[in-house]
Design a protein around this ligand. Sequence first.
Ligand SMILES: O=C(CO)[C@H](O)[C@H](O)COP(=O)(O)O
Length: 226
Amino acid sequence: MQVESKRLAAVEAVKEIKDGMVVGLGTGSTAYYAIVEIGRRVAEGLRIRAVATSVQSEELAVSLHIPIVPFAEVETIDVTIDGADEADGALHLIKGGGGALLREKIVAASSKRLIIVADASKTVVRLGRFPLPVEVVPFAHELTLRKLAALGCEPVIRQKDGTQFRTDNGNLIVDCHFGAIHDVEGLGLSLHGIPGVVEHGLFIGMADKLIVGHEDGSIRVLTSTR
Ligand SMILES: O=C(CO)[C@H](O)[C@H](O)COP(=O)(O)O
């Protein structure tokens, strides 16, 4: 069961959290299990402070009595545990399936270590089967979409409940169907070159560890060589 694989990976990652750490809380169904496990350990006496990558994760953490601090109050984050939509062998990622990629990237970039937790379906040889989420400002988004399409993708504005999905930052998510991505760094630079693009879901060279849970109950750990 995928659910059990996600939980296995998440629980394994939480073992790396120690007293006194500042912890980044990811977003999504796999990060959910990490937050629940952190809550369990906090109830047992673990002393940490946490920053959340989404309103949803913050609400979950608060409900579990995990101390949340405003991002502005922390210098660095010791470790962030987050999920991913795809991860390749170099630990480059596609993230943003849950629409939280901007805050996730801000938190990841301020983290000493980023641990990604996933079930086996997320590992790929080449990124791009999962449409790349791109956060776009609503202003003149039609123009931004045309510029995204010119990079060689089919851009689709994400919908939720029959209306345009809005991120926690009030922006749109455009899911960009590129197919196999052969030059992740180049694509990342091109996306940043479009003025209406706030951030994209390519996390290049950011992950330190990938913990993959398997349906047979085993865990595979990949560590970045960077
Ligand atoms: O990037 C994300 C949210 O923006 C998630 O980490 C990603 O979508 C994976 O989610 P899940 O663990 O539910 O498969």
